[in-house]
Design a protein around this ligand. Structure first.
Ligand SMILES: N[C@@H](CCC(=O)N[C@@H](CS)C(=O)NCC(=O)O)C(=O)O
Length: 219
């Protein structure tokens, strides 16, 4: 039986994992609970939630035989550890490793920050919030500099978070990334990876939404 990744039928925090699986050409089942169609209910998932043998029941989950885990960051690292034969996606060198770990957190915070604002969108707070979001992006953009990938010449696991975070920003506002030329180049570079390009052309590729469709501002 193929391993299964299960999440809602949105991009969400499963999307970096889906991209990594595509990049590593792992055969798996992309299971989805429907959230984008009425009645937009969590009930089907809640009926399953405590019956799957998960220690910490949540979405996304990854099940491969006896291996059952949740927590999106742990799942992504596990998949890199098990399926990346080059060993570069999850760097072992301590300097590269600490940078990758740090960036994973920094990027995930920036990703959650734009999602939280979209969920509770309030135009009166826009100026202040956007200033804050741009500060986060500026820091990451400076760190990226003229590097090909976020930690240097080789793609590492935080890159799968960074691409997805940047997409959420562009969905919030198409021009959001205009001040960051290196991000615009980075998006093109990621989308040009042959396995990623192939995945993005598949019918089951999720264009959107990025987050729960009931968010006040749709992204
Ligand atoms: N820290 C967890 C957060 C998981 C989470 O909040 N999942 C949300 C979707 S983003 C969910 O709907 N979980 C199902 C549930 O709470 O029952 C992770 O990174 O995987």
């Amino acid at each position: 039986m193929s391993p299964a990744l299960c999440y809602w039928d949105v991009r969400g925090i499963a999307m970096p994992i889906r991209f990594l699986l595509a990049y590593l050409e792992v055969d798996y089942e992309d299971k989805r609970y429907i959230l984008t169609e009425p009645p937009h209910t969590r009930d089907v998932w809640l009926a399953d939630k405590y019956n799957l043998g998960l220690d910490f029941p949540n979405l996304p989950y990854w099940i491969n035989g006896d291996v059952k885990l949740t927590e999106s960051k742990a799942i992504l690292r596990h998949i890199a550890r098990v399926h990346d034969s080059t060993g570069t996606v999850l760097p072992k060198d301590p300097t590269k490793a600490y940078k990758a770990d740090m960036l994973e957190s920094i990027i995930s915070d920036a990703m959650m920050a734009v999602a939280m604002f979209a969920y509770e969108y309030d135009q009166s707070k826009q100026e202040e919030v956007l200033k804050n979001l741009h500060q986060k992006l500026t820091n990451i953009s400076k760190f990226l500099g003229s590097n090909k990938w976020i930690t240097g010449d080789e793609i590492t696991f935080p890159d799968f978070w960074l691409y997805e975070a940047l997409i959420w920003y562009t969905r919030f506002d198409n021009d959001f990334l205009d001040p960051y030329a290196n991000f615009l180049e980075y998006i093109k570079r990621f989308e040009s990876l042959p396995a990623i390009r192939k995945y993005m052309e598949e019918p089951n590729y999720i264009q959107g939404p990025c987050i729960n469709p009931l968010a006040k501002k749709k992204i």
